[in-house]
Design a protein around this ligand. Structure first.
Ligand code: NDP
Length: 262
């Protein structure tokens, strides 16, 4: 038996890939710092050149990181990003998918006015991209793996102004279950976190986000809003072996808001 001081970290020798760091407030960054605190090495993707510097600065505060471009609407960029991960690390153990997009005008007013283009864009970037990255990640997850995505309550109930993003999140949660069913035979788990509202760049694209934060903060059982760090810790649990028996689930990390009726 070993002595007490050499406790193994949860993600020692594990390699991850993180999609969706825009800045230090991003939920993806909270997931990355939680994973790094338990020994993970990670690759980070960024969508546009305008945030390359931001992401690189953050990523380089962590041990042995990689930063690669990846706009999920460009399949060639997705392929190149996974090639770069394969070259640097040789394999992948976990992936955090924390990206979403819908045109701003679709995130206010009535859902019934959603255009075909807005619908297609929201569903492609926010839902299909999970399948797209799971397909690319699976062959690299040679020792099993864990994929985590970010959803929201608007998938399940109507949240005013969330509109087409709610429909995209419903598709994302369903995709999580289908992917979990397909990839389970390779010991690859796929789960979603349904996070309560958090004041990030994307969240500010939803009209009246401030009011929503106030409303949820007052009515949740814990009488406050959730923090990105709390979501990050749940992602750490889901990508670690502590959650080895969990797949296909949507786990609420919302200070309990979703359980409330009247
Ligand atoms: P951020 O704005 O920090 O992160 C969103 C990320 O999505 C950005 O890095 C953005 O890149 C990226 N993205 C958008 N379009 C594309 C694309 N075509 N290809 C690749 N990346 C793209 O916001 P959050 O951290 O809040 O969002 C992360 C996830 O969490 C999202 O799925 C969101 O819906 C979900 N979520 C957020 C909640 C909240 O209240 N904040 C609550 C529940 C879920 P870029 O900046 O370059 O556009």
């Amino acid at each position: 038996m070993k002595g007490g001081n050499d406790k193994k970290m949860l993600l020692e020798n594990k390699v991850g890939m993180i999609f969706g760091v825009a800045n230090k407030r991003s939920i993806a960054w909270a997931c990355a710092t939680a994973a790094a605190s338990q020994g993970a090495r990670m690759a980070f993707t960024y969508q546009a050149d305008r945030i390359k510097e931001n992401v690189s600065e953050l990523a380089h505060t962590l041990n042995d990181s990689l930063v690669v471009p990846c706009d999920v609407s460009e399949q060639a960029q997705v392929d190149a990003a996974f090639d770069a991960v394969k070259q640097k690390y040789g394999r992948l153990d976990f992936l955090v998918h924390s990206i979403a997009f819908a045109p701003r005008e679709a995130l206010e007013g009535e859902f019934v006015a959603t255009t075909r283009d807005a619908f297609r864009t929201a569903l492609e970037i926010s839902a299909f991209s999970l399948t797209q990255v799971a397909m690319a990640a699976a062959p690299l997850m040679t020792e099993g793996g864990s994929i985590v995505t970010m959803s929201y309550y608007g998938a399940e109930k109507v949240v005013i102004n969330y509109n087409v993003m709610g429909v995209a999140k419903a598709a994302l949660e369903a995709s999580t279950r289908y992917l979990a069913s397909d990839l389970g035979k390779d010991n690859i788990r796929v789960n979603a976190i349904s996070a309560g509202p958090i004041n990030t760049l994307s969240a500010r694209g939803v009209k009246n986000m401030g009011a929503l934060l106030g409303y949820v903060g007052q009515r949740s059982p814990l009488k406050r809003n959730v923090t990105a760090a709390e979501v990050g810790n749940t992602a750490l649990f889901l990508v670690s072996d502590l959650s080895s028996g969990i797949t296909g689930e949507t786990i609420y990390v919302d200070c309990g808001y979703n359980i409330m009726g009247i």
